[in-house]
Design a protein around this ligand. Structure first.
Ligand code: HEM
Length: 393
């Protein structure tokens, strides 16, 4: 609601660019509600993942690439109407790209803090640009494929939606149609596809790591799933308060975007008595907010119950819990992401019990910060398929 009202305040100069943003927002909402996302995760993306996990035959594995397959398939279906198998060449390239991109980005580029380095082709900057170009070529090839399909009048996914808006603006001869160039379209699609994978994968990877470290919590999760939905596919939200509390606690204690993403002041302003000039780069410390003793008792403790009342029902959302940030530029896909994560989480613990790999340490819970994201140190686990009602631990 808030966002939709804000759209009306944009000037006509921004109308076309805003249309794309709105289109994305509406597409996300379209996916998040109803059965579309549910079907996509439970009937399509998850069964592929389940097969790959079953093929491990009880052998230890690193869940990260498998979670990437799942998240990538959700985003690829939503954006491009396509799906990958684990051994698809294109999916392997995406995995490689994500790894190279994160390594080249590291914990930020020198050019971000010392602007003159923008003009000096340091190794980091060159590697970063090279990776971006690989990513953009992939996205562009998808968009080009969609343009051909569009000529046949086929509008079925997010890229189609964005191209349709672009075509309509051009046909209407809107003065500002030039604002929505092919580069803008590519950038919007690349942002959406990129933003939707790493965040979801790392949140789920933390969920598995915590469940292996806290087997009693995993057992309670499974009991709630068995009691409420059994072997069915989850279709209703708000019926699994304990599972949601566990997800929230994971998102709090290992805030996946600890410093949010950088913003820039568009005018002189002040916050908390400090003057901030126009053009200042702003980082908001969500990690600190989530670990602040002012708001969270013993914040270092993993305690899902802090999100529940004494009857085990969800407490209202607290202002000090902002994994998706806040305000006009908060995560545009918040509703979609929350639903997607709950669906994946439910499927995983409905079907499997995750255990430490024999002879190995439990997954480390130490955060590893890279490319703006709080990641797990790579770990291996064993997944035991569940017979209904069996906690497997
Ligand atoms: C655990 C899941 C996720 C978390 C924690 C998360 C968190 C965030 C945060 C903190 C921001 C920055 C907000 C700001 O600038 O103040 C953001 C932006 C964004 N997110 Fe998410 N996100 C998640 C999943 C997703 C998914 C699944 C998608 C795509 C379907 C997505 C798309 C985006 C986009 C496009 C932006 C940029 C919005 C803008 O520039 O205004 N996110 N997200």
């Amino acid at each position: 609601m808030y966002r939709r009202k804000k759209f009306k305040q944009f000037s006509s100069v921004e109308t076309v660019a805003v249309s794309v943003y709105k289109c994305f927002f509406l597409s996300c909402r379209n996916y998040a509600r109803g059965h579309k996302l549910g079907n996509l995760v439970t009937k399509d993306a998850f069964p592929r993942l389940k097969k790959v996990i079953n093929d491990k035959n009880g052998e230890p594995f690193d869940p990260q690439p498998l979670l990437t397959l799942l998240a990538c398939n959700v985003m690829a279906t939503m954006c491009f109407g396509q799906n990958y198998e684990l051994d698809d060449k294109e999916f392997r390239n995406i995995l490689k790209f994500i790894q190279n991109f994160n390594e080249s980005f590291g914990n930020g580029l020198l050019a971000d803090v010392v602007p003159i380095f923008k003009y000096i082709p340091t190794y980091g900057l060159r590697a970063y640009k090279k990776n971006l170009n690989i990513w953009f070529s992939l996205i562009q090839s998808k968009i080009d494929g969609h343009k051909i399909k569009m000529q046949e009048g086929n509008v079925s996914d997010l890229v189609d939606d964005v191209l349709k808006i672009q075509a309509e603006a051009k046909a209407a001869g809107e003065d500002q149609a030039d604002l929505l160039t092919d580069v803008n379209v590519r950038q919007v699609v690349a942002d959406i596809f990129g933003a939707g994978i790493d965040t979801t994968v790392n949140t789920m990877n933390w969920c598995i790591a915590y469940m292996v470290n806290y087997p009693d919590v995993q057992t309670k999760v499974q009991k709630e799933i068995d009691d409420v939905i059994g072997q069915r596919l989850l279709t209703d939200k708000n019926k699994l308060p304990y599972c949601e509390a566990v997800i929230h606690e994971v998102m709090r204690i290992r805030t996946v975007l600890p410093l949010n993403v950088p913003h820039l002041t568009l005018e002189d302003t002040s916050v908390g008595g400090y003057n901030i000039p126009k053009g200042t780069q702003i980082w908001t410390n969500l990690w600190k907010l989530h670990m602040d003793e002012k708001y969270w008792m013993e914040p270092e403790q993993f305690r899902p119950e802090r999100f529940l009342d004494e009857d085990g029902q969800a407490l209202p959302k607290q202002d000090s819990f902002l994994p998706f940030s806040v305000g006009r530029r908060a995560c545009v896909a918040e509703v979609l992401a929350k639903n997607e994560i709950l669906l994946i989480f439910t499927c995983l613990f409905q079907q499997f019990t995750f255990l430490p790999a024999p002879g190995k340490e439990k997954p480390s819970l130490e955060p590893n910060f890279q490319a703006l994201v709080t990641r797990c140190i790579p770990y291996e686990v064993v997944a035991r398929e569940r017979i209904s009602g069996d906690s497997g631990t």
